[in-house]
Ligand binder design. Structure first.
Ligand SMILES: [Zn+2]
Length: 129
């Protein structure tokens, strides 16, 4: 049994790295090991909302393309209010909705954002000016 110098976790001698924070017995963070506290929430949770938002983003993206064709059709038919006002409005609204759907879909609470382990080695030496 050894005690982790970083988090105080008690670890069996069969393990060389603390499975809670990724620190080895010398007190150094192993760069290639993603500690459990950081890796816990890394796996994405893709529930029903993820699926719905993906469909919604695809539909509003299609609406974006559709409004371009609507504008072209209105131009050919010389329907100026639709070609110059309604179609550009539809395009902007569809584009904004696509961005919002994708941003909401990929958003995670700050504490669940995965951070890679620090590249700085812990020396264990006290800071001396
Ligand atoms: Zn630890």
């Amino acid at each position: 049994m050894w005690v982790c110098t970083t988090c105080g976790n008690r670890i069996d001698h069969s393990q060389t790295i603390c499975d809670n924070c990724g620190t080895n017995q010398a007190g150094e963070r192993q760069a290639d090991v993603i500690p459990a506290v950081l890796g816990r929430h890394v796996h994405p949770r893709r529930g029903l909302a993820y699926f719905i938002l993906t469909v919604a983003a695809t539909l509003s993206g299609a609406g974006c393309v559709g409004s371009v064709f609507m504008a072209l059709g209105a131009l050919i038919a010389t329907n100026w209010p639709v070609a110059l006002v309604l179609a550009p409005l539809c395009f902007v609204v569809s584009a904004a909705m696509t961005i919002v759907f994708l941003r909401v879909r990929d958003w995670r609470p700050p504490e669940e954002t995965a951070r890679p382990p620090s590249r700085w080695k812990q020396t264990g030496r006290a800071f001396v000016a």
